[in-house]
Design a protein. Structure first.
Length: 209
């Protein structure tokens, strides 16, 4: 059964407070989302398997550990998920990056796919799907559906802010997927936005509103 992890590290919470602020401009917003994604990546990758090796240092042999097992795949949900990739790649530079384009129909609030490009060896990778917001859960559920149809099996979902409704929907649709978030907010409003949330993450990242 997939679990919910709320990452409450002080640095993450401090930066998230600035991200939420309506007065934070697009440049600072982008930089902070990038930083928080990098910090969250530490927690998301905490349970990656290790293998022991010996390393020759300048003064002797050291018993060390390196990551073993499957390789990593990062899959941002377009477009807002792009803002989280650079920070994660600084920690995991060998990760392959796929992209899924899903938008939410403003009338039905249902996801519509318009793009899907994934690494060819997706079945061999530990996959982290990223999107700043888990609101209704529709985009996350649809994206993970597409990934599973392509052969992905070991999947985690990472966001900055989640709603209780989105968490419940994602857990119901994909009970095998762990969810990582920096905040679990109060609820959704009538327009499907998280309250108090941070507004439209894509518009704030790219200055389109």
């Amino acid at each position: 059964m997939g679990r919910l992890y709320v990452i409450d590290h002080p640095l993450i919470q401090h930066k998230l407070a600035i991200i939420r602020d309506v007065n934070t401009g697009a440049k600072e917003f982008r930089e902070l989302v990038d930083e928080v994604a990098m910090l969250m990546a530490y927690e998301v990758t905490r349970n990656l398997p290790l293998t022991d090796i010996q390393v020759q240092t300048p003064v002797g042999m050291a018993q060390c550990s390196v990551i073993s097992g499957k390789k990593i795949g990062l899959i941002p949900i377009l477009r807002a998920g792009l803002g989280m990739v650079s920070g994660m790649l600084r920690l995991i530079p060998t990760a392959r990056v796929g992209h899924i384009g899903v938008y939410r129909d403003p009338e039905t609030l249902q996801p519509v796919e318009y793009y899907c490009k994934l690494p060819p060896d997706i079945a061999e990778r530990d996959l982290i799907v990223v999107d700043p917001m888990l609101a209704t859960g529709g985009s996350a559920i649809a994206s993970i559906n597409f990934i599973k149809q392509k052969g992905g099996t070991n999947i985690r979902f990472m966001c900055l802010i989640a709603s209780p409704e989105g968490v419940a929907a994602l857990k119901k649709a994909h009970p095998d997927v762990d969810i990582y978030t920096a905040a679990l907010d109060e609820c959704l409003n009538d327009h499907g936005y998280i309250v108090p949330g941070l507004g439209d993450a894509g518009d704030r990242l790219f200055g389109t509103k």
